[in-house]
Write a protein that binds this ligand. Structure first.
Ligand SMILES: *[C@@H]1O[C@H](CO)[C@@H](O)[C@H](O)[C@H]1NC(C)=O
Ligand SMILES: *[C@@H]1O[C@H](CO)[C@@H](O)[C@H](O)[C@H]1NC(C)=O
Length: 498
Protein backbone atom coordinates (compact mmCIF):
# COMPACT_ATOMS: atom_id res chain seq x y z
CA UNK A 1 0.00 0.00 0.00
CA UNK A 2 1.26 3.51 -0.77
CA UNK A 3 2.69 5.08 2.41
CA UNK A 4 0.46 8.16 2.15
CA UNK A 5 -2.53 5.90 2.79
CA UNK A 6 -1.19 5.21 6.28
CA UNK A 7 -1.91 8.82 7.18
CA UNK A 8 -5.45 8.86 8.52
CA UNK A 9 -6.14 12.50 7.56
CA UNK A 10 -5.21 11.83 3.93
CA UNK A 11 -7.26 8.66 3.85
CA UNK A 12 -10.25 10.52 5.31
CA UNK A 13 -9.91 13.15 2.58
CA UNK A 14 -9.74 10.61 -0.19
CA UNK A 15 -12.74 8.71 1.10
CA UNK A 16 -14.53 12.00 1.63
CA UNK A 17 -14.11 12.82 -2.09
CA UNK A 18 -15.71 9.52 -2.93
CA UNK A 19 -18.70 10.35 -0.78
CA UNK A 20 -19.31 13.74 -2.34
CA UNK A 21 -18.27 13.01 -5.91
CA UNK A 22 -20.61 14.60 -8.44
CA UNK A 23 -21.80 11.27 -9.86
CA UNK A 24 -23.66 10.70 -6.63
CA UNK A 25 -26.48 13.16 -6.62
CA UNK A 26 -27.17 12.68 -2.96
CA UNK A 27 -24.53 12.84 -0.26
CA UNK A 28 -26.52 10.07 1.35
CA UNK A 29 -25.41 7.65 -1.36
CA UNK A 30 -22.97 5.57 0.59
CA UNK A 31 -22.64 2.21 -1.11
CA UNK A 32 -19.07 2.77 -2.31
CA UNK A 33 -17.86 3.96 1.04
CA UNK A 34 -19.43 0.96 2.73
CA UNK A 35 -17.61 -1.35 0.28
CA UNK A 36 -14.38 0.44 1.10
CA UNK A 37 -14.94 -0.16 4.82
CA UNK A 38 -15.05 -3.89 4.08
CA UNK A 39 -12.00 -3.83 1.79
CA UNK A 40 -9.24 -3.92 4.38
CA UNK A 41 -8.55 -3.27 8.01
CA UNK A 42 -6.64 -0.05 7.35
CA UNK A 43 -9.58 1.45 5.48
CA UNK A 44 -12.26 0.31 7.85
CA UNK A 45 -12.15 3.00 10.50
CA UNK A 46 -11.79 6.03 8.23
CA UNK A 47 -14.44 4.67 5.87
CA UNK A 48 -16.87 4.07 8.73
CA UNK A 49 -16.17 7.61 9.94
CA UNK A 50 -17.05 9.04 6.56
CA UNK A 51 -20.01 6.74 6.24
CA UNK A 52 -21.57 7.78 9.51
CA UNK A 53 -20.43 11.34 10.14
CA UNK A 54 -23.36 12.95 8.34
CA UNK A 55 -26.74 11.27 8.65
CA UNK A 56 -29.89 12.39 6.93
CA UNK A 57 -32.10 9.75 8.53
CA UNK A 58 -32.14 7.68 11.70
CA UNK A 59 -33.50 4.54 10.04
CA UNK A 60 -30.07 3.10 9.13
CA UNK A 61 -28.90 3.39 12.72
CA UNK A 62 -32.00 1.74 14.21
CA UNK A 63 -31.61 -1.10 11.71
CA UNK A 64 -28.29 -1.92 13.37
CA UNK A 65 -30.27 -3.14 16.41
CA UNK A 66 -30.99 -6.88 16.58
CA UNK A 67 -33.68 -7.81 14.04
CA UNK A 68 -36.36 -8.69 16.60
CA UNK A 69 -36.34 -5.12 17.91
CA UNK A 70 -37.53 -3.30 14.81
CA UNK A 71 -39.90 -3.54 11.91
CA UNK A 72 -40.61 -1.65 8.69
CA UNK A 73 -43.81 0.43 8.64
CA UNK A 74 -46.18 1.21 5.80
CA UNK A 75 -44.31 4.37 4.75
CA UNK A 76 -41.02 2.52 4.82
CA UNK A 77 -40.20 4.03 8.18
CA UNK A 78 -38.45 1.95 10.79
CA UNK A 79 -40.30 1.35 14.07
CA UNK A 80 -39.08 -0.14 17.30
CA UNK A 81 -40.94 -3.13 18.69
CA UNK A 82 -40.83 -3.29 22.43
CA UNK A 83 -38.16 -1.53 24.43
CA UNK A 84 -34.51 -1.97 23.67
CA UNK A 85 -32.49 -2.42 26.86
CA UNK A 86 -29.69 -0.03 27.60
CA UNK A 87 -27.26 -2.72 26.40
CA UNK A 88 -29.14 -2.84 23.09
CA UNK A 89 -28.76 0.91 22.74
CA UNK A 90 -25.12 0.80 23.72
CA UNK A 91 -24.48 -1.78 21.00
CA UNK A 92 -25.24 1.02 18.52
CA UNK A 93 -22.51 3.17 19.90
CA UNK A 94 -19.83 1.68 17.71
CA UNK A 95 -21.57 3.38 14.77
CA UNK A 96 -23.36 6.27 16.41
CA UNK A 97 -20.32 7.73 18.13
CA UNK A 98 -19.12 8.71 14.65
CA UNK A 99 -22.20 10.80 13.84
CA UNK A 100 -21.45 14.52 13.89
CA UNK A 101 -24.20 15.95 11.76
CA UNK A 102 -27.84 15.01 11.71
CA UNK A 103 -29.53 16.85 8.89
CA UNK A 104 -32.56 15.40 7.09
CA UNK A 105 -33.06 16.95 3.68
CA UNK A 106 -35.94 19.39 3.50
CA UNK A 107 -38.35 19.54 1.82
CA UNK A 108 -38.73 15.86 1.16
CA UNK A 109 -40.87 12.86 1.91
CA UNK A 110 -43.02 12.89 5.00
CA UNK A 111 -41.02 10.42 7.02
CA UNK A 112 -37.91 12.50 6.94
CA UNK A 113 -36.23 11.08 9.96
CA UNK A 114 -36.71 7.58 8.53
CA UNK A 115 -38.23 6.40 11.80
CA UNK A 116 -41.71 6.50 13.30
CA UNK A 117 -42.69 9.12 15.87
CA UNK A 118 -42.41 6.82 18.89
CA UNK A 119 -39.01 5.61 17.78
CA UNK A 120 -37.86 9.18 17.26
CA UNK A 121 -39.06 10.04 20.73
CA UNK A 122 -37.23 7.03 22.21
CA UNK A 123 -33.96 8.08 20.57
CA UNK A 124 -34.47 11.67 21.67
CA UNK A 125 -34.80 10.75 25.32
CA UNK A 126 -31.92 12.45 27.12
CA UNK A 127 -30.19 9.26 28.37
CA UNK A 128 -30.23 7.51 25.04
CA UNK A 129 -29.39 10.57 22.98
CA UNK A 130 -26.40 11.76 24.95
CA UNK A 131 -25.00 8.23 25.25
CA UNK A 132 -25.38 7.52 21.54
CA UNK A 133 -24.15 10.79 20.06
CA UNK A 134 -21.14 12.09 21.97
CA UNK A 135 -19.71 13.75 18.83
CA UNK A 136 -22.89 15.28 17.39
CA UNK A 137 -22.43 19.00 16.85
CA UNK A 138 -24.94 19.87 14.11
CA UNK A 139 -28.63 19.23 14.48
CA UNK A 140 -31.25 20.20 11.95
CA UNK A 141 -34.79 19.52 13.14
CA UNK A 142 -36.58 21.52 10.45
CA UNK A 143 -38.41 18.40 9.37
CA UNK A 144 -40.29 18.29 12.64
CA UNK A 145 -43.26 20.56 12.36
CA UNK A 146 -45.42 19.86 15.36
CA UNK A 147 -45.33 21.17 18.88
CA UNK A 148 -43.68 17.97 19.92
CA UNK A 149 -40.58 19.09 18.06
CA UNK A 150 -39.79 21.73 20.58
CA UNK A 151 -39.96 19.31 23.50
CA UNK A 152 -37.70 16.88 21.64
CA UNK A 153 -35.28 19.68 21.03
CA UNK A 154 -35.39 20.75 24.64
CA UNK A 155 -34.30 17.25 25.70
CA UNK A 156 -31.16 17.09 23.63
CA UNK A 157 -29.59 20.52 24.05
CA UNK A 158 -25.99 20.29 25.12
CA UNK A 159 -22.77 22.31 25.25
CA UNK A 160 -21.50 20.16 22.36
CA UNK A 161 -23.98 21.67 19.91
CA UNK A 162 -22.40 24.11 17.48
CA UNK A 163 -25.16 24.40 14.89
CA UNK A 164 -28.87 24.22 15.47
CA UNK A 165 -31.70 24.71 13.04
CA UNK A 166 -35.40 24.11 13.58
CA UNK A 167 -38.82 25.29 12.49
CA UNK A 168 -41.48 26.82 14.69
CA UNK A 169 -44.70 24.83 14.89
CA UNK A 170 -47.75 26.57 13.46
CA UNK A 171 -49.35 27.16 16.81
CA UNK A 172 -47.13 28.22 19.56
CA UNK A 173 -47.60 29.95 22.86
CA UNK A 174 -45.15 32.88 23.08
CA UNK A 175 -44.31 31.84 26.66
CA UNK A 176 -43.24 28.39 25.49
CA UNK A 177 -41.18 29.92 22.75
CA UNK A 178 -39.49 32.26 25.14
CA UNK A 179 -38.72 29.38 27.50
CA UNK A 180 -37.25 27.40 24.65
CA UNK A 181 -35.00 30.28 23.60
CA UNK A 182 -33.89 30.64 27.20
CA UNK A 183 -33.10 26.92 27.33
CA UNK A 184 -31.12 27.13 24.13
CA UNK A 185 -28.94 30.00 25.26
CA UNK A 186 -28.56 28.39 28.69
CA UNK A 187 -27.81 24.84 27.72
CA UNK A 188 -26.15 25.17 24.32
CA UNK A 189 -23.67 27.94 25.09
CA UNK A 190 -21.18 26.91 22.38
CA UNK A 191 -23.59 27.55 19.51
CA UNK A 192 -22.07 29.10 16.39
CA UNK A 193 -25.15 28.92 14.22
CA UNK A 194 -28.76 29.35 15.30
CA UNK A 195 -31.37 29.35 12.54
CA UNK A 196 -35.07 29.31 13.22
CA UNK A 197 -37.58 29.04 10.39
CA UNK A 198 -41.34 29.43 10.35
CA UNK A 199 -44.21 28.70 8.04
CA UNK A 200 -45.20 31.62 5.89
CA UNK A 201 -48.66 32.36 7.24
CA UNK A 202 -48.07 31.99 10.91
CA UNK A 203 -49.31 34.32 13.61
CA UNK A 204 -46.51 36.55 14.81
CA UNK A 205 -45.01 36.41 18.25
CA UNK A 206 -43.55 39.52 19.73
CA UNK A 207 -40.49 38.98 21.86
CA UNK A 208 -39.79 42.15 23.74
CA UNK A 209 -37.71 40.44 26.32
CA UNK A 210 -33.97 40.42 26.57
CA UNK A 211 -32.83 37.25 24.89
CA UNK A 212 -29.59 36.63 26.71
CA UNK A 213 -27.42 36.36 23.61
CA UNK A 214 -24.53 37.10 25.92
CA UNK A 215 -24.73 33.46 26.97
CA UNK A 216 -23.88 32.29 23.45
CA UNK A 217 -20.78 34.42 23.01
CA UNK A 218 -19.40 32.59 19.97
CA UNK A 219 -22.53 32.95 17.86
CA UNK A 220 -21.65 33.59 14.21
CA UNK A 221 -24.96 33.21 12.47
CA UNK A 222 -28.32 34.25 13.87
CA UNK A 223 -31.38 33.92 11.64
CA UNK A 224 -34.89 34.36 12.99
CA UNK A 225 -38.06 34.16 10.91
CA UNK A 226 -40.10 37.29 10.20
CA UNK A 227 -42.84 36.04 12.50
CA UNK A 228 -40.61 36.70 15.51
CA UNK A 229 -40.06 40.29 16.50
CA UNK A 230 -36.95 40.98 18.48
CA UNK A 231 -36.47 44.14 20.45
CA UNK A 232 -33.41 46.12 19.27
CA UNK A 233 -32.46 46.52 22.90
CA UNK A 234 -31.95 42.81 23.38
CA UNK A 235 -29.50 42.74 20.48
CA UNK A 236 -27.36 45.47 21.89
CA UNK A 237 -26.47 44.31 25.35
CA UNK A 238 -22.82 44.64 26.28
CA UNK A 239 -20.48 41.70 25.53
CA UNK A 240 -22.77 40.31 22.88
CA UNK A 241 -22.40 39.38 19.26
CA UNK A 242 -18.69 40.03 19.15
CA UNK A 243 -18.25 37.16 16.66
CA UNK A 244 -21.49 37.54 14.75
CA UNK A 245 -21.11 37.43 10.95
CA UNK A 246 -24.64 36.90 9.72
CA UNK A 247 -27.66 38.58 11.27
CA UNK A 248 -31.13 38.17 9.84
CA UNK A 249 -34.17 39.18 11.85
CA UNK A 250 -37.18 41.42 12.34
CA UNK A 251 -37.20 44.24 14.86
CA UNK A 252 -40.04 45.35 17.10
CA UNK A 253 -41.12 48.97 16.69
CA UNK A 254 -38.94 50.03 19.63
CA UNK A 255 -36.32 52.60 18.74
CA UNK A 256 -32.74 51.42 18.42
CA UNK A 257 -30.94 52.65 21.52
CA UNK A 258 -28.23 55.17 20.80
CA UNK A 259 -25.01 53.87 22.31
CA UNK A 260 -23.26 56.82 23.91
CA UNK A 261 -20.64 54.87 25.83
CA UNK A 262 -18.80 53.26 22.96
CA UNK A 263 -16.69 51.06 25.22
CA UNK A 264 -17.46 48.01 23.15
CA UNK A 265 -17.73 47.73 19.40
CA UNK A 266 -21.16 46.79 18.07
CA UNK A 267 -21.19 43.87 15.61
CA UNK A 268 -17.44 44.28 14.99
CA UNK A 269 -17.13 41.43 12.45
CA UNK A 270 -20.58 41.43 10.90
CA UNK A 271 -20.58 40.52 7.20
CA UNK A 272 -24.25 40.25 6.34
CA UNK A 273 -27.06 42.28 7.87
CA UNK A 274 -30.66 41.54 6.87
CA UNK A 275 -33.14 43.53 8.88
CA UNK A 276 -36.88 43.92 8.64
CA UNK A 277 -38.13 46.91 10.59
CA UNK A 278 -41.10 49.17 10.92
CA UNK A 279 -39.28 52.35 9.96
CA UNK A 280 -36.24 53.09 7.86
CA UNK A 281 -35.04 55.15 10.83
CA UNK A 282 -34.50 51.95 12.80
CA UNK A 283 -32.46 50.45 9.96
CA UNK A 284 -30.48 53.65 9.74
CA UNK A 285 -29.66 53.66 13.46
CA UNK A 286 -28.63 50.04 13.47
CA UNK A 287 -26.30 50.62 10.56
CA UNK A 288 -24.94 53.75 12.19
CA UNK A 289 -23.82 51.98 15.37
CA UNK A 290 -22.41 48.92 13.55
CA UNK A 291 -18.64 49.14 13.66
CA UNK A 292 -17.78 46.21 11.39
CA UNK A 293 -15.13 46.71 8.76
CA UNK A 294 -16.18 43.47 7.06
CA UNK A 295 -19.74 44.31 6.13
CA UNK A 296 -20.46 42.95 2.65
CA UNK A 297 -24.22 42.83 2.39
CA UNK A 298 -26.87 45.16 3.76
CA UNK A 299 -30.48 44.23 3.17
CA UNK A 300 -33.19 46.34 4.76
CA UNK A 301 -36.92 46.08 4.52
CA UNK A 302 -39.30 48.53 6.20
CA UNK A 303 -43.05 49.05 6.20
CA UNK A 304 -43.69 52.69 7.10
CA UNK A 305 -43.01 55.10 4.28
CA UNK A 306 -39.77 57.06 4.59
CA UNK A 307 -39.50 60.76 3.92
CA UNK A 308 -36.92 62.03 1.49
CA UNK A 309 -34.79 63.33 4.38
CA UNK A 310 -34.81 59.96 6.17
CA UNK A 311 -33.93 58.20 2.93
CA UNK A 312 -31.03 60.56 2.37
CA UNK A 313 -29.74 60.03 5.91
CA UNK A 314 -30.02 56.28 5.51
CA UNK A 315 -28.08 56.33 2.25
CA UNK A 316 -25.45 58.50 3.90
CA UNK A 317 -25.06 55.78 6.54
CA UNK A 318 -24.69 53.23 3.75
CA UNK A 319 -21.97 55.45 2.30
CA UNK A 320 -20.19 55.58 5.67
CA UNK A 321 -20.50 51.81 6.10
CA UNK A 322 -19.01 51.44 2.62
CA UNK A 323 -16.15 53.64 3.76
CA UNK A 324 -15.56 51.56 6.91
CA UNK A 325 -15.74 48.27 5.09
CA UNK A 326 -13.35 46.73 2.59
CA UNK A 327 -16.08 45.00 0.70
CA UNK A 328 -19.61 46.38 0.91
CA UNK A 329 -20.93 44.95 -2.35
CA UNK A 330 -24.66 44.47 -1.90
CA UNK A 331 -27.45 46.83 -0.94
CA UNK A 332 -31.06 45.70 -0.98
CA UNK A 333 -33.69 48.17 0.12
CA UNK A 334 -37.34 47.34 0.07
CA UNK A 335 -40.44 49.11 1.22
CA UNK A 336 -43.15 46.57 1.99
CA UNK A 337 -46.19 48.67 1.18
CA UNK A 338 -49.88 48.10 1.75
CA UNK A 339 -52.43 49.70 -0.52
CA UNK A 340 -53.87 51.98 2.06
CA UNK A 341 -53.27 55.11 4.02
CA UNK A 342 -50.12 57.12 3.76
CA UNK A 343 -48.46 55.14 0.96
CA UNK A 344 -50.91 56.64 -1.46
CA UNK A 345 -49.16 59.95 -1.31
CA UNK A 346 -45.75 58.51 -1.97
CA UNK A 347 -42.62 60.40 -1.06
CA UNK A 348 -40.79 61.78 -4.05
CA UNK A 349 -37.07 61.06 -4.01
CA UNK A 350 -35.09 63.46 -6.15
CA UNK A 351 -31.78 62.33 -7.68
CA UNK A 352 -29.86 64.19 -4.97
CA UNK A 353 -31.34 61.79 -2.37
CA UNK A 354 -29.27 59.03 -3.91
CA UNK A 355 -26.07 61.01 -4.19
CA UNK A 356 -24.43 59.24 -1.19
CA UNK A 357 -24.68 55.99 -3.13
CA UNK A 358 -22.43 57.42 -5.83
CA UNK A 359 -19.56 57.12 -3.35
CA UNK A 360 -20.09 53.35 -3.09
CA UNK A 361 -17.70 52.31 -5.86
CA UNK A 362 -17.58 48.67 -4.88
CA UNK A 363 -21.28 47.97 -5.30
CA UNK A 364 -22.02 44.82 -7.26
CA UNK A 365 -25.70 44.47 -6.45
CA UNK A 366 -28.09 47.37 -5.94
CA UNK A 367 -31.72 46.51 -5.54
CA UNK A 368 -34.17 49.25 -4.56
CA UNK A 369 -37.83 48.30 -4.60
CA UNK A 370 -41.15 50.01 -4.05
CA UNK A 371 -39.80 52.84 -1.97
CA UNK A 372 -41.97 55.60 -3.45
CA UNK A 373 -41.62 57.94 -6.39
CA UNK A 374 -38.11 57.41 -7.70
CA UNK A 375 -37.41 60.58 -9.63
CA UNK A 376 -34.06 59.57 -11.06
CA UNK A 377 -33.23 60.71 -14.55
CA UNK A 378 -30.74 60.18 -17.34
CA UNK A 379 -28.30 62.68 -15.81
CA UNK A 380 -28.21 60.73 -12.56
CA UNK A 381 -27.74 57.43 -14.37
CA UNK A 382 -24.87 58.95 -16.35
CA UNK A 383 -23.12 59.72 -13.07
CA UNK A 384 -24.05 56.36 -11.56
CA UNK A 385 -22.50 54.56 -14.48
CA UNK A 386 -19.18 56.16 -13.65
CA UNK A 387 -19.63 55.50 -9.93
CA UNK A 388 -20.44 51.79 -10.07
CA UNK A 389 -17.98 50.10 -12.42
CA UNK A 390 -18.40 46.68 -10.76
CA UNK A 391 -22.17 46.55 -10.96
CA UNK A 392 -23.60 43.13 -11.82
CA UNK A 393 -27.22 43.65 -10.88
CA UNK A 394 -29.22 46.87 -10.81
CA UNK A 395 -32.88 47.14 -9.90
CA UNK A 396 -34.30 50.60 -9.39
CA UNK A 397 -38.01 50.55 -8.83
CA UNK A 398 -40.44 53.00 -7.30
CA UNK A 399 -43.94 52.02 -6.24
CA UNK A 400 -45.40 49.96 -9.07
CA UNK A 401 -48.31 52.26 -9.88
CA UNK A 402 -46.26 55.39 -10.35
CA UNK A 403 -45.01 56.08 -13.84
CA UNK A 404 -42.90 59.14 -13.43
CA UNK A 405 -40.06 57.87 -15.54
CA UNK A 406 -37.49 60.38 -16.38
CA UNK A 407 -35.02 57.79 -17.58
CA UNK A 408 -34.98 56.85 -21.27
CA UNK A 409 -33.26 54.37 -23.53
CA UNK A 410 -30.21 56.61 -23.15
CA UNK A 411 -29.94 55.43 -19.52
CA UNK A 412 -29.91 51.81 -20.59
CA UNK A 413 -27.24 52.59 -23.14
CA UNK A 414 -25.08 54.45 -20.60
CA UNK A 415 -25.35 51.65 -18.05
CA UNK A 416 -24.61 48.95 -20.54
CA UNK A 417 -21.63 50.82 -21.97
CA UNK A 418 -20.23 51.86 -18.62
CA UNK A 419 -20.85 48.84 -16.38
CA UNK A 420 -19.13 46.07 -18.25
CA UNK A 421 -20.24 43.34 -15.84
CA UNK A 422 -23.92 44.26 -15.66
CA UNK A 423 -25.94 41.09 -16.20
CA UNK A 424 -29.34 41.87 -14.67
CA UNK A 425 -31.15 45.18 -15.00
CA UNK A 426 -34.63 46.21 -13.95
CA UNK A 427 -35.89 49.74 -14.48
CA UNK A 428 -38.94 51.44 -15.97
CA UNK A 429 -38.04 53.79 -18.79
CA UNK A 430 -39.68 56.17 -21.17
CA UNK A 431 -39.18 54.24 -24.41
CA UNK A 432 -41.36 56.36 -26.68
CA UNK A 433 -38.38 57.65 -28.59
CA UNK A 434 -35.94 55.03 -29.85
CA UNK A 435 -32.53 56.09 -31.13
CA UNK A 436 -32.31 55.99 -34.90
CA UNK A 437 -29.25 53.88 -35.19
CA UNK A 438 -29.33 50.48 -33.61
CA UNK A 439 -25.71 49.94 -32.76
CA UNK A 440 -25.03 46.83 -30.71
CA UNK A 441 -23.87 47.79 -27.23
CA UNK A 442 -20.54 46.06 -27.40
CA UNK A 443 -20.60 42.50 -26.13
CA UNK A 444 -22.77 43.39 -23.18
CA UNK A 445 -23.27 40.54 -20.69
CA UNK A 446 -26.85 41.65 -19.90
CA UNK A 447 -28.91 38.47 -19.65
CA UNK A 448 -32.01 39.69 -17.93
CA UNK A 449 -33.72 42.97 -18.65
CA UNK A 450 -36.95 43.94 -16.92
CA UNK A 451 -38.50 47.10 -18.34
CA UNK A 452 -41.96 46.44 -16.91
CA UNK A 453 -44.17 49.47 -16.50
CA UNK A 454 -42.23 51.46 -19.07
CA UNK A 455 -43.96 53.96 -21.30
CA UNK A 456 -43.98 52.67 -24.86
CA UNK A 457 -45.81 53.60 -28.03
CA UNK A 458 -44.80 50.55 -29.99
CA UNK A 459 -43.84 47.70 -27.61
CA UNK A 460 -42.86 45.43 -30.50
CA UNK A 461 -40.44 47.97 -31.89
CA UNK A 462 -38.92 48.41 -28.44
CA UNK A 463 -38.51 44.68 -28.07
CA UNK A 464 -36.93 44.38 -31.52
CA UNK A 465 -34.59 47.21 -30.71
CA UNK A 466 -33.50 45.76 -27.35
CA UNK A 467 -33.06 42.23 -28.64
CA UNK A 468 -30.95 43.44 -31.50
CA UNK A 469 -28.82 45.60 -29.23
CA UNK A 470 -28.18 43.03 -26.51
CA UNK A 471 -26.54 39.92 -27.91
CA UNK A 472 -26.62 37.91 -24.68
CA UNK A 473 -30.17 38.70 -23.60
CA UNK A 474 -32.01 35.63 -22.37
CA UNK A 475 -34.96 37.16 -20.56
CA UNK A 476 -36.79 40.33 -21.54
CA UNK A 477 -39.69 41.29 -19.31
CA UNK A 478 -41.89 44.11 -20.47
CA UNK A 479 -45.18 43.61 -18.66
CA UNK A 480 -47.34 46.59 -18.19
CA UNK A 481 -48.51 46.25 -14.62
CA UNK A 482 -49.54 49.86 -14.48
CA UNK A 483 -53.08 49.33 -15.78
CA UNK A 484 -53.45 46.42 -13.42
CA UNK A 485 -52.40 48.50 -10.43
CA UNK A 486 -54.70 51.34 -11.45
CA UNK A 487 -57.57 48.86 -11.51
CA UNK A 488 -56.69 47.57 -8.04
CA UNK A 489 -56.45 51.09 -6.70
CA UNK A 490 -59.81 51.95 -8.26
CA UNK A 491 -61.35 48.93 -6.59
CA UNK A 492 -60.00 50.14 -3.30
CA UNK A 493 -61.62 53.50 -4.00
CA UNK A 494 -58.23 55.12 -3.91
CA UNK A 495 -58.14 56.72 -7.33
CA UNK A 496 -61.07 57.72 -9.48
CA UNK A 497 -61.69 56.97 -13.14
CA UNK A 498 -59.47 58.96 -15.42
C1 LIG B 1 -23.36 64.46 -11.97
O1 LIG B 1 -22.02 64.82 -11.75
C2 LIG B 1 -21.74 66.17 -12.05
C3 LIG B 1 -20.24 66.37 -11.93
O2 LIG B 1 -19.76 65.77 -10.75
C4 LIG B 1 -22.53 67.07 -11.10
O3 LIG B 1 -22.29 68.42 -11.39
C5 LIG B 1 -24.00 66.78 -11.27
O4 LIG B 1 -24.75 67.51 -10.33
C6 LIG B 1 -24.27 65.29 -11.10
N1 LIG B 1 -25.66 65.04 -11.43
C7 LIG B 1 -26.45 64.30 -10.70
C8 LIG B 1 -27.85 64.13 -11.19
O5 LIG B 1 -26.06 63.74 -9.67
C1 LIG C 1 -40.18 42.92 -13.35
O1 LIG C 1 -40.41 44.15 -12.67
C2 LIG C 1 -41.71 44.30 -12.15
C3 LIG C 1 -41.80 45.69 -11.55
O2 LIG C 1 -40.88 45.86 -10.51
C4 LIG C 1 -41.97 43.23 -11.11
O3 LIG C 1 -43.27 43.35 -10.58
C5 LIG C 1 -41.79 41.88 -11.75
O4 LIG C 1 -41.91 40.87 -10.76
C6 LIG C 1 -40.41 41.77 -12.40
N1 LIG C 1 -40.37 40.51 -13.10
C7 LIG C 1 -39.39 39.65 -12.92
C8 LIG C 1 -39.54 38.34 -13.62
O5 LIG C 1 -38.42 39.88 -12.23
Amino acid sequence: MHPCLFVTEILLHIIGFLETSPEHHSTCHKGDVARLARTCRAFMDPALDVLWRTQCALGPLVKCLPGHLWTRGTCDEINLIGRPTSDDWLSLRRYSFRIRVFEPSWPGPVRLSGVGDDTLSAIFSPDVFHALFPALHTLNLEFLANKNALSLLDRVLSPRLLQLRFRLPRHLDPDNLYELLESITDRAPSLRVLKIDAYAHMPSSVLHLELGFGRVPRLRTLCFPNTLYVSPRSLLQPRQMQHLRVLSLTLTTDPVPALHHSGQPVFPVLQCMKITAHTLDQCCELLRITTSSQLGEVSMSYSSQASEAVMHTFLQEVGKAHGRSRDLHTLVLQHTFTISGPNLKPSVYSPSTFKPLLACHRLRILNIRDIGDLAIDDAFIANATLAWPRLEELRLRGLPWIDSHRTTVASLRELIRGCSRLARLSMAIDARALPEKNSAWRSSPVEELNVSDSTMEDPEAVERYLRAALPNLKTLIALDNLQCWRAVLRLEGVVGEE
